[in-house]
Design a binder for this molecule. Structure first.
Ligand code: NAD
Length: 291
């Protein structure tokens, strides 16, 4: 690493707290090295108190850009010049691009999810999907899916603090896209079964199935799934959640969150460098295999 850093090397950051566990620095630096690109990607412990100064620093140091993660995703827009349509609709930013001092905020989580579907030969455009969740990951997927042309979307969530966010997402999607969207309480399992029954794809976009909810699913039994249904999960640790295991037993094509993780990074990588991330190489490095 040290050998390839010179006076010309350009810096890209990641601003979040906590952040030391992130796999993004390893992923991006591997891709830079593989393609021989003169960039370095470093993680910085930045929280809401230091975010404004950090963004000023990014501008002053003429950094190429940065990723942004929690707790800064929904706050950083205040310090930027422009937002992409998806970032505007989501109310969240995970990527900053610095073009000659003009800072634009993007959200690539939804792009990553949609690209991972495409990469796995899953075409949900013009079709119906049912999705559970209304937090950061879910909102990004719902907005991008609607922008990309998913025809119909049924969103479920528990009645927790995220419910108002779900209502807001439904309002924005209805206003700004042609997607027919509806919101239901996840406690209504009969409705969940009914909506999944005529969906092409079902997506979990909550932390269900991951620690501390590892081994759990809100899907009561296998009768909710049929072999033709595509079942996806944003969770990638573990790589096979209880829900994906159940779906596989029914014979569904399944996909975990690894592809979304790779492609959200790839979308940011392309915005910063103008080059495509070496996807097949990165899939080998990250041990991503589709079912
Ligand atoms: P968040 O805190 O913003 O949202 C949490 C969501 O989970 C909300 O919709 C909430 O209502 C729901 N929820 C919480 N407890 C629940 C329960 N017991 N039953 C049903 N729903 C419940 O979180 P987030 O940032 O959106 O992350 C959600 C998951 O997505 C995490 O597992 C995270 O690791 C994963 N994620 C994956 C990627 C990727 O690239 N694959 C990217 C971002 C997030």
């Amino acid at each position: 690493m040290a050998e390839r850093i010179t006076g010309h090397t350009e810096l890209i950051g990641l601003m979040a707290y906590p952040i030391r566990h992130s796999s993004s620095p390893a992923m991006h630096n591997e891709a830079f090295a593989y393609l021989g690109l003169d960039y370095a990607y470093l993680a910085f412990e930045v929280d809401n108190d230091t975010l404004e100064d950090a963004v000023k620093g990014l501008r002053a140091l003429k950094m190429v850009g940065s990723n942004v993660s929690m707790p800064n995703k929904t706050v950083v827009h205040k310090y930027l010049d422009k937002l992409s349509p998806a970032a505007e609709l989501c109310g969240a930013v995970n990527t900053i691009v610095n073009e000659n001092g003009v800072l634009t905020g993007h959200i690539t989580d939804g792009i990553g999810y949609m690209k991972s579907l495409k990469d796995n030969n899953i075409d949900v455009i013009g079709k119906k999907m049912t999705i559970v969740g209304s937090g950061g990951a879910a909102t990004a997927i719902e907005v991008q899916a609607a922008l990309d042309g998913v025809a119909e979307m049924s969103i479920f969530n528990i009645k927790d603090k995220f419910w108002s966010n779900a209502e807001e997402t439904v309002r924005k999607i209805s206003e700004k896209t042609n997607c027919k969207v509806a919101l239901y309480d996840l406690a209504d399992l009969d409705k969940l079964k009914e909506e999944i029954a005529d969906s092409y794809l079902f997506a979990n976009a909550t932390g269900m199935g991951m620690k501390p909810l590892e081994g759990q699913t809100y899907i009561p039994d296998k009768s909710f799934f049929r072999p033709e249904l595509i079942v996806t999960d944003v969770v990638y640790s573990p790589r096979e959640t209880a829900m994906l295991k159940m779906a596989k037993e029914v014979g569904c094509k399944t996909m975990n969150g690894m592809g979304m993780m790779l492609f959200q990074g790839a979308a940011a990588f392309e915005m910063w460098t103008g080059k495509e991330m070496p996807i097949e190489h990165m899939k080998k490095i990250l041990d991503i295999k589709y079912d």
